[in-house]
Write a protein that binds this ligand. Structure first.
Ligand SMILES: [Zn+2]
Length: 123
């Protein structure tokens, strides 16, 4: 594993640990966890029966690290900037796509999309 990847993994694990501690009272050895000395099965065992959007995001970030796709926007496949990832290690889409998504979602909720189609064409 390259050094860069390892420090990204550390960032994800550290965020994940803080989240577990804060929301679920998990209190195992922080260093052991954050150093990546647990394999994914052991991490999953810790995450069993716990689920929320941030936890799921961070867990899937670990998968992307494992598969070498971490830090690449899942939508446009462009790299997500490093400082965005530092602020939000579980991030899976770039800022541009996020804005595009929000914009698109707002449009869809509005009247424009609905008026453009016969109701049966939507389903
Ligand atoms: Zn993107």
């Amino acid at each position: 594993m390259q050094n860069g990847v390892r420090s990204l993994q550390r960032a994800v694990l550290s965020r994940l640990f803080d989240h577990l501690q804060e929301h679920y009272g998990v209190d195992s050895a922080r260093d052991f966890f954050v150093d990546g000395r647990l394999n994914l099965h052991q991490v999953d065992a810790l995450l069993a029966f716990k689920s929320d959007s941030q936890l799921d995001e961070l867990r899937s970030a670990l998968d992307r690290l494992e598969h070498g796709t971490y830090g690449v926007c899942i939508t446009c496949k462009r790299p997500i900037s490093r400082d965005v990832l530092e602020r939000d290690p579980g991030r899976s889409i770039c800022a541009a796509c996020e804005q595009g998504f929000n914009h698109g979602a707002n449009l869809e909720m509005g009247h424009a999309a609905l008026n453009a189609f016969e109701p049966h064409a939507l389903f």
